[in-house]
Design a protein around this ligand. Structure first.
Ligand code: SAH
Length: 347
């Protein structure tokens, strides 16, 4: 098995059979070996820097009904909110003063936010903070909309593919959503010139090793700038309420594999990872991740953007979140940096 890790380290590539073999036969010793390799590659590319992204969860209205997600349209128990333009700009100002140089606008697919409104938001944020990067994470849109957002100043786009196996995709989403259109969106975003992030949930219901191998192959093919992976965590008001959460151990293994496949990829240790284990994000960094995404949403809406149960940091001020994160990173020998943290190919 170690030879496979060495091969991946040297060539950034394995066959589907080899990925499957590695994942199916993983054990703590092999994982340690993999993490050491992944850290070497991470440090070669990004040193001990950890990039921060301030995430602003600006709406939890959503027209979609993904079976796993707590803000799905059918969840009548979700208390819905939208931030105003003034509230969003205030979050950015607070974030800027704390040292954030990337803002991520994330939300459900909310028809209230027309292209016109999104463009107005992008322009306002970029006018206030021309030295910052702006990331959108607002779901599937037409080529024309993506292009208009890009021309208005958006730099990056996060759209997890969720699973690269079409049958599995069907089990996680209602009929009107398809893997084909999800992938098309990602290729469109790349074509337009965004720094693009795809990604998937680890341990989502019905996921098999074959699904994970397909995820890795798709990631290699798309060659994104960012990859967001985290555990699936059940939400009590969804059809998947009784399903099991993904495990820390498998996520760390996959983070490290992805670091070796795409040596300079931007790889977050996600909030969901911090939710399933108190040191989840630190362990993610030690497995090769190099990004964290502290929350910049206003305190009064924090506990309403609940994609899954037991989400951490829902009661904290942005400043507290950031100082907690700085301490966590320092405790493992890494440092949070004030920087846009672009992908190497963009900086
Ligand atoms: N509407 C946007 C943002 C979605 S929320 C979009 O479609 O891209 C961001 C991510 O949260 C999703 O892509 C999904 O991977 C993740 N997510 C949703 N529900 C989750 C759950 N129950 N557990 C873990 N992650 C979840």
């Amino acid at each position: 098995m170690k030879q496979l890790i060495d091969k991946l380290y040297k060539t950034n590539n394995l066959t589907p059979e080899e990925y499957k073999e590695l994942i199916d036969n993983r054990n703590p010793e092999l994982a340690e070996y993999l993490f050491t390799r992944a850290r070497t590659v991470r440090v070669e590319n990004y040193g001990y820097d950890v990039y921060i992204r301030g995430i602003i969860e600006f709406t939890n209205y959503c027209q979609n009904d993904c079976y796993y997600c707590g803000i799905r349209k059918s969840n009548r128990g979700a208390e819905r909110y939208r931030l105003t333009k003034e509230q969003i700009l205030k979050c950015c100002k607070v974030g800027y003063d704390l040292g954030f140089r990337t803002f991520v606008l994330q939300g459900g697919e909310d028809g209230y936010f027309t292209d016109e409104k999104i463009i107005d938001l992008i322009q306002a944020i970029k006018t206030d903070h021309p030295d910052c990067a702006l990331t959108l994470s607002i779901g599937e849109k037409s080529y024309e909309s993506y292009k208009a957002f890009f021309e208005a100043g958006a730099d990056r786009y996060l759209l997890r593919h969720e699973t690269a196996n079409a049958e599995h995709y069907r089990k996680l989403h209602p009929e009107r959503l398809s893997l084909v259109s999800r992938k098309e969106c990602l290729y469109n975003l790349k074509d337009i010139g965004y720094q693009v992030g795809c990604g998937f949930m680890v341990g989502s219901p019905y996921q098999t090793t074959e699904c994970l191998v397909e995820d890795l192959l798709f990631i290699k093919e798309l060659n994104p700038h960012m990859v967001g992976i985290g555990p699936f965590i059940p939400h009590h008001q969804t059809p998947f309420a009784a399903k099991k959460a993904g495990t820390l151990e498998l996520i760390l293994f996959l983070l490290a594999l992805i670091r070796l496949m795409l040596p300079d990829v931007l790889l977050p240790a996600t909030t969901a990872l911090g939710t399933i284990h108190p040191q989840g994000r630190e362990l993610g960094i030690l497995a090769g991740a190099n990004v964290v995404m502290p929350n910049l949403s206003p305190q009064n809406v924090r506990d309403k953007y609940l994609l899954y149960d037991n989400k951490i940091c829902t009661g904290d001020e942005a400043a507290d979140c950031l100082s907690c994160m700085k301490k966590r990173m320092e405790s493992i020998g890494y440092q949070v940096t004030v920087s846009r943290g672009d992908h190497k190919s963009f900086s």
